[in-house]
Ligand binder design. Structure first.
Ligand code: CDP
Length: 228
């Protein structure tokens, strides 16, 4: 398989990372979870201003103190913030609540977009997020945009949170996915929107395997058309 950039964007909790991980394994590409990067910056903001909130201007001025990297631990990709494994911490309810506000800041987006572009330069990569096909890699060869009803998404995310031992009720999860979508879609910089050349898939009534099959087949087809 030649190097390709596969961009998976979409609404909150549509299973983008699950699909991105599987595709990266299937093709031997690296996987970059850009949502985890925005979440890690948000967590840094919390630790910096421990009053149950994030001071956006203080955070914007401190981005040079933030180092995010990914590492494979026992076969699973983990997120590190300044050397500390924050994989679970970045899924906490307060991060869910603040991350879209942090992600609407221009300096934060510039800071992370540059890193994402470097991570994907000259190699096969699967990257998931909100603006990968529109801003980070507008020339990506394969672009997907995942959607589903808020209820389906909240149900899956709530289940994941229970399994991970994280707190929060179903209604809180439902409200959070709706609020984040709205904030992500209406922000001025790099809003969440389908790239005009992305394949849109409504995953509401599809299993993880079915979605994977659609994505996998589309990537193979694209690869074939490019390298014919
Ligand atoms: O997993 P889920 O879909 O719930 O969210 P995520 O991918 O972890 O992203 C968390 C938040 O980060 C999103 O709601 C966006 O506000 C922000 N984000 C972004 O603005 N741009 C990206 N490329 C990725 C995430």
């Amino acid at each position: 398989m030649n190097k390709l950039i596969i961009a998976i964007d979409g609404l909150a909790a549509t299973g983008k990372s699950t699909q991105a991980k599987r595709l990266s394994k299937a093709f031997g590409f690296i996987y970059v979870d850009t949502g985890a990067m925005y979440r890690a910056v948000t967590l840094f903001g919390f630790n910096q201003f421990p009053k149950g909130s994030v001071d956006l201007s203080l955070l914007n001025d401190s981005l040079d103190q933030i180092l995010i990297h990914f590492e494979e631990v026992e076969g699973k990709q983990q997120t590190f913030l300044n050397g500390k494994n924050v994989t679970k911490a970045i899924r906490a309810a307060e991060v869910n609540k603040w991350v879209s506000q942090v992600a609407s800041q221009e300096v934060v987006r510039t800071f992370l977009t540059k890193q994402q572009q470097l991570m994907g330069a000259d190699r096969g990569v699967v990257m998931d997020g909100r603006d990968i096909g529109t801003v980070v890699f507008p020339d990506a060869q394969c672009k997907f945009f995942l959607t589903a009803t808020p209820e389906v998404r909240a149900k899956r995310r709530y289940q994941e949170q229970l399994e991970a031992g994280l707190s929060g009720t179903f209604d809180e999860v439902l409200n959070n996915v709706k609020t984040r979508d709205k904030q992500d879609q209406t922000r001025t910089i790099a809003p969440l929107q389908k790239a005009q050349d992305a394949i849109e898939i409504d995953v509401s009534n599809l299993s993880i395997d079915e979605v994977f099959e659609i994505l996998h087949t589309a990537v193979l087809k694209k690869h074939e058309s490019i390298h014919r």
